[in-house]
Design a protein around this ligand. Structure first.
Ligand code: HEC
Length: 207
């Protein structure tokens, strides 16, 4: 074997245990997650505990996929964007404001499971500051206070914000933001309301 082949072989061998250890850690994390929701017995809950293709790719690449996989995630995320029937991507900011605060809907487990009629919201405040009067806001995502003042509301901007809320990964693969439209969490009309909450000059986000 030439020295160069030897070197390549050595590198592959050296990398193997690391790859195995990595998938072992991923599997253990996955198992721990399932165990912690062991009281989630309904079919819909079990389905939600399983990673979809994009989540699995992001986990396997520690949320920084190589360029070709990143492109695939973005392209795939763009394939199912739907818009409201009336074509209006800018809805009613007051409705959007409600949705941004509603943190219920979809709760699984035994602490506070959904009851019949629980309304699904966007829970945007869990991760973003928006209107300044709401002080209980998280910072996992960037601040969106004054978002419309900064971005304006040109048709291109409205479309971008709509599509971003529909599926954040249509722009940033492995984003930590939930894919509200793509997963059927919010309807197209509700997303348009959220867009208005962010961009309407009358919205408290911009005042
Ligand atoms: C679990 C946390 C989380 C929740 C809940 C969440 N987001 Fe996000 N959001 C993020 C993160 C993280 C980013 C930055 C990464 C990215 O751009 O995808 C982001 C980015 C954004 C951006 C792009 C900001 C920019 O840089 O221009 C918008 C707009 C946005 N979120 C709107 C919303 C709206 C509206 C809701 C509620 C319907 C929401 N987010 C709920 C985490 C979240």
């Amino acid at each position: 074997m030439t020295p160069r082949l030897c070197l390549i072989g050595g590198l592959i061998l050296a990398a193997l245990p690391a790859v195995a250890a990595d998938s072992d850690v991923l599997q253990r994390a996955e198992d721990a997650m399932h165990r912690s929701f062991s009281t989630a017995t309904e079919e819909e809950w079990r389905t939600r505990l399983a990673q979809d293709e994009v989540q699995a790719l992001c986990s396997a690449h520690h949320n920084t996929p190589p360029p070709e996989i990143a492109e695939r995630i973005v392209a795939q995320s763009r394939t199912n964007i739907r818009y409201p029937d009336d074509g209006k991507l800018l809805g009613n900011w007051k409705e959007g404001e409600k949705l941004a605060s509603i943190g219920t809907g979809g709760h699984i487990g035994k602490i506070q499971p959904d009851r019949a009629g629980t309304r699904r919201g966007g829970n945007c405040y869990a991760c973003h500051t928006m209107a300044t009067k709401e002080v209980a806001a998280g910072n996992l995502g960037p601040t969106l206070t004054g978002y419309g003042k900064r971005l304006g509301s040109s048709p291109e901007t409205v479309k971008f914000v709509y599509e971003k809320v529909w599926n954040a990964q249509a722009f940033l693969p492995c984003s930590h933001m939930p894919r509200f439209g793509a997963n059927g969490w919010l309807t197209p009309e509700e997303i348009a309301h959220a867009v208005a909450f962010l961009l309407d000059p009358e919205s408290p986000v911009n005042r």
